[in-house]
Design a protein around this ligand. Sequence first.
Ligand code: PGA
Length: 252
Amino acid sequence: MGLKKLVTGNWKMHGLSADLAEIEAIAARAGQYPQVDVALCVPSILIERAVRAVPGFPIGGQDVHHAVKGAHTGCTSAQMLVDAGAALTIVGHSERRDAQRERDEEVRAKAEAGLGCGLDVILCVGEPLEVREQGGAVGTVLAQLDASLPADPPKEAELAIAYEPVWAIGTGKTPTTDEIAEMHGAIRRRLVERFGTAEGEGVRILYGGSVKASNAAEIFAVPDVDGALVGGASLKAADLIPIVAAAARQPG
Ligand code: PGA
């Protein structure tokens, strides 16, 4: 495929002023791997300070509201993320699909809102354990994808899909490399069907769920794995940078 790998940290609800030094360390050390795109999605209240701390390094949000503005207490619009200096946002993370009951249609509207404001978007999909055990993982994820993808074909690199099996997030468990290959291949074929060859093949497909230094190399070697969305192991440069280095060692 030859897509440049993308390693994005998802800090979830972690990060205070005291952690800006860690963001600076991550950005500085990531700069030693120009063959990999690296970004950090931090709590929205930390975005502006993070952007000031690491100018030029992509900082993102973890969610965005689908509306431009309005009576949505506690929510953040795409324009607000851009205004704070964000370059990207995650949408449809399973923790939000679960706890905030976000549906595919809403995730799609969020993706379109982010792209419409010039943000890069990482759109998450993934199956729960019982679906995997019943053999329905690929069908479930493709159905999520069909209903959550933005309407328009994405322009270069602005959209990435993160395949994150719900049961692999924060658990230390990961699918086999064959299972990852099967899912990423199915996602790739669906993207090509939906958007056409050039656009569909240009969308990076990230794997997420318990990625760490010790498993990153074998995951990045799987066909159609174009990077990773990393939670727990993204909080410290010492944990994240070896993952970036593993991505850098993969032929593009
Ligand atoms: P994890 O989280 O790396 O801690 O499993 C990944 C994610 O939820 O994006």
